[in-house]
Design a protein. Structure first.
Length: 333
C-alpha cells in the first residue's frame, strides 16, 4: 500500500522584526527573504519558494546593474583603466545570474513523460556554471597578482578608484547577503553559490584599496600581495562551491536531515521498523521516499490517519519537503 502526497500549507503572515542594521534596511526596501511574511522555515510551498527565488534574482540583477552603472559613471569622469577593468568584470559576473533565473523559470513547467521529475535539476546545472565562473575569477585574480608582482604599477586617479571600489563592494555584498539568506531558506544550493560569487566580486573590488594606498605611499607591491591573498581565499570559496554542487548532483543530503526524518518517524505509534529511507534534492525541492513496517495489530482501515500524521511530523522536521512517498505494510514476524 503506497501513497504519494503533494501537500499544500498555509502561508503564515507573521511579522519578523530585524535585529541588525542590515535587516532593518533590507526589510524597509522589501528585499527578498526580509519581507513581513513567509519568513518562517517550513511554512512555504514549492510555488512560493520558486517565485521567491525568481524575485531574488531579479532584484540581484537590478542592484548589480545599478552598481555597474555607478562605477561606469565614475570611470567616465576619472578615466581610470583599473576602474574600467573592475566595472567590466562586475558587469560580466552580474550576467551569471541569468542562467539561474532561467532554471527557476524552467522549474515552473510540469513534469513530462521524458522529464518525470520535472525540470528542477536545471537549477543545479546553473550552479555548475556559477562554480566555473568563480573558478575563473580566482584564476584571473591570481594571474593579475603574479603579473603585478613581477611588474608593479602605480594607479592613476586613486581617489575615484577608491569610491568606485567601495560602491562595488557594498553592492555585491548586499546581493551576497540576501541571496545566501534566501538560498538557505528555500534550499537552493545554486543560489547560495551565486551569493558566494557576488561576495567574491565584492572582495575583488575591495582589493583595489590596498593597491591605491600602496601607490600613494610608493609601495606598489602592496597591490599584488593583497591580490594573491584574495585570490587564495577565492580558491577556497571555489572548492566549497564545487563540493556543495557535487553533493546535489550525486543526490547527497545532509546526514542530519536523515537523522531528523528517522527520529520523527520512529516516534510515531505503531511504527516498528523503517525498511528504507531515501531523500534527494531536485533543485531546491526535497523529495523523500520511505518504506515502513507497522504493528500487525494496527487496523489498516485507519491507515490514512497514520499517513497524514507522517506528513505532519516530517514537515515539522524538514522545512523544504515538497514530495513525500511512503509505503506502509504490516511487520512480518
Amino acid at each position: 500500500m503506497q501513497t504519494e502526497h503533494h501537500h499544500e500549507h498555509d502561508h503564515h503572515h507573521l511579522h519578523h522584526h530585524g535585529d541588525t542594521w542590515w535587516e532593518k534596511i533590507a526589510m524597509a526596501l522589501h528585499l527578498p527573504g526580509y519581507g513581513h511574511s513567509h519568513d518562517l522555515p517550513g511554512k512555504q510551498d514549492a510555488i512560493y519558494n520558486n517565485e521567491l527565488g525568481i524575485r531574488t534574482l531579479k532584484q540581484a540583477l537590478l542592484l548589480l546593474g545599478i552598481t555597474t552603472i555607478l562605477q561606469a559613471a565614475i570611470y567616465f569622469f576619472s578615466g581610470s583603466v583599473a576602474l574600467l577593468a573592475d566595472t567590466v568584470h562586475n558587469l560580466g559576473d552580474a550576467l551569471n545570474s541569468i542562467p539561474l533565473w532561467i532554471a527557476f523559470v524552467l522549474a515552473r513547467r510540469a513534469a513530462t513523460k521524458r522529464y518525470t521529475y520535472g525540470f528542477g535539476r536545471a537549477e543545479d546545472i546553473a550552479g555548475l556554471l556559477i562554480v566555473l565562473s568563480i573558478g575563473f575569477s580566482a584564476g584571473y585574480i591570481l594571474f593579475e597578482a603574479v603579473s603585478k608582482l613581477l611588474n608593479p604599477q602605480s594607479i592613476a586617479y586613486g581617489g575615484w578608484v577608491i569610491v568606485a571600489a567601495l560602491i562595488g563592494f557594498v553592492g555585491n555584498e548586499a546581493v551576497a547577503v540576501f541571496q545566501i539568506r534566501v538560498g538557505k531558506k528555500i534550499g537552493s544550493e545554486a543560489m547560495i553559490t551565486d551569493g558566494r560569487h557576488a561576495r567574491v566580486d565584492g572582495l575583488t573590488s575591495l582589493a583595489v584599496l590596498p593597491a591605491v594606498i600602496g601607490s600613494w605611499l610608493n609601495i606598489p607591491i602592496l597591490d599584488p600581495i593583497f591580490g594573491l591573498l584574495i585570490g587564495i581565499a577565492i580558491v577556497f570559496i571555489t572548492w566549497d562551491a564545487i563540493v556543495a554542487m557535487w553533493y546535489r548532483l550525486m543526490d547527497a543530503v545532509d546526514p542530519h536531515l536523515m537523522e531528523h526524518a528517522e527520529s520523527a518517524i520512529r516516534k510515531l505509534p505503531f511504527v516498528r521498523e523503517i525498511n528504507y529511507l531515501r531523500m534527494r534534492w531536485v533543485g531546491h525541492c526535497l523529495h523523500l521516499e520511505s518504506c515502513i513496517s507497522i504493528d500487525p495489530q494496527y487496523e489498516f482501515a485507519h491507515v490514512h490517519k497514520l499517513r497524514k500524521r507522517i506528513d505532519q511530523v516530517l514537515l515539522q522536521e524538514l522545512p523544504n519537503l515538497t514530495e513525500i512517498t511512503v509505503s506502509i505494510s504490516p511487520l512480518v514476524n
